[in-house]
Design a protein around this ligand. Structure first.
Ligand code: CS2
Ligand code: MG
Length: 395
């Protein structure tokens, strides 16, 4: 079998996504997700200009070789643009292999060790009151076993539903000391509203300095967080060690990691309990299964990133990884609006706190290209944060 065509598809059904479709001379094609919020066009250009010529005429079954070719073969290693591009292609190649074998992706990864996937959803809302009401409703009406709160404004506000290109990021305020108080109060109020039978995850979104993160995590401890997500920025490894040594709540970390080697110290030193890379950012299925195996060796669980800005293709891939990994912990089920479901057919479904996926060869998703074309892409930026004095703060 030989690859005959590689197509990038930029689309914006309310939010920007980048898909990859690889066609072969056998008629079998595969689909992948290469979405990188705020930099989609750059990833598409890399695929179109540099990677596609390397793929045409290749055997799509040589997945590991292609991964190494792109990761090591450019001499320059990794980075968000390269790894996202690599992921879109990697997923499409695994999808082709699954379709060729007539087996779902999880079967190629070793088969199921579980039948359903525990998940959590985002509590959203404009005001604290709205969010607390939604948290209670999620538990009562939707049967969620675990819910997720986030420090600060709802993610990526200001980048949705654009009718024209943005020319720079929207600015959000973030004043650490004030927000520290609000963050604590919010968690406590939600805990009081939903009781102690429900798991509550708190995404601190890398927004606190180590000293503030330690104070906050310790103050939250009596309210039993399921885990604290990304409390500090990932850049200084020693800060993670410092936070770990001074706190006892479970820590989930890593949505900004771009490679296995970045995950390594956190896993091997037991600085985290859950590794939660975004599989697009680490180069796809080929790398995710290696990270999962590494984490299993050290009793660290997986909690792959699954926000609304990764598409149903990635949510489905996460599911295949989750059912076939012994050390699966929990899956983020970011709220996706209906429109992306018109562009991507197939994918996971939710019932009573768990995710399910119907058996189908490969990943089990397809792109409706005509519908994708009806939602034109508009360049958007992720927001930034600034403090009262004007200084930039991690968003
Ligand atoms: C968040 C994301 O889902 C999460 O845990 O941290 O929503 C993140 O803000 C976005 O993926 C950024 O595009
Ligand atoms: Mg997060």
């Amino acid at each position: 079998m030989k690859i005959t065509n590689v197509k990038t598809i930029l689309t914006s059904p309310n939010q920007n996504y980048l898909f990859v479709k690889i066609t072969t001379d056998s008629g079998i094609y595969g689909v992948g997700d290469a979405s990188l919020n705020g930099r989609e066009q750059a990833v598409a250009d890399l695929i179109d200009e540099y990677l596609t010529p390397m793929l045409i005429g290749r055997d799509p079954g040589k997945i590991e070789d292609f991964w190494q070719l792109i990761y090591r073969g450019s001499y320059w290693r990794g980075g968000n643009i390269v790894m996202s591009a690599l992921c879109g292609i990697d997923m499409a190649l695994w999808d082709i292999l699954g379709k060729e074998c007539g087996k779902p992706l999880y079967a190629l990864l070793g088969g199921k060790v579980r039948d359903k996937v525990l998940c959590y959803s985002h509590v959203l809302g404009k005001t604290q009151e709205e969010k607390i009401a939604q948290a209670a409703d999620y538990v009562k009406a939707r049967g969620l076993k675990v819910i997720r709160l986030r420090a600060g404004l709802p993610a990526a506000n200001g980048t949705f539903g654009l009718k024209e290109d943005q020319n720079g990021p929207v600015t959000e305020p973030w004043n650490p000391e004030e927000e520290w108080e609000r963050t604590l109060e919010y968690f406590v109020k939600v805990r009081e509203a939903v009781g102690y039978d429900v798991g509550i995850i708190y995404d601190l979104h890398e927004r606190f300095s180590p000293d503030r993160a330690i104070r906050l995590i310790n103050a939250l401890e009596p309210y039993r967080p399921f885990f604290i997500e990304d409390p500090i920025a990932p850049d200084c490894l020693d800060s993670l060690r410092y936070v770990r040594e001074k706190t006892t709540s479970p820590i989930a970390f890593g949505e900004l990691y771009k490679s296995r080697w970045e995950c390594l110290p956190a896993i091997t030193n037991h600085w985290i309990d859950y590794i939660r890379c975004d599989i697009i950012r680490i180069g796809g299925i080929t790398e995710a299964r290696k990270i999962a195996a590494l984490a299993e060796t050290y009793d660290v669980k997986t909690a792959w990133h699954g926000p609304n800005d990764v598409s149903p293709i990635t949510h489905a891939v996460n599911w295949h990884l989750n059912v076939s990994s012994y050390n699966f912990g929990i899956q983020e089920d970011g709220t996706t609006d209906g429109l992306i479901r018109e562009v991507i057919r197939g994918g996971i479904s939710y019932r009573d706190g768990y995710l399910y996926l119907k058996d189908a060869p490969g990943i089990g998703c397809d792109i409706d290209e005509e519908t994708a074309a009806r939602y034109p892409f508009h360049k958007a930026y992720l927001p930034i944060c600034r403090q009262d004095d004007g200084a930039l703060h991690t968003w």
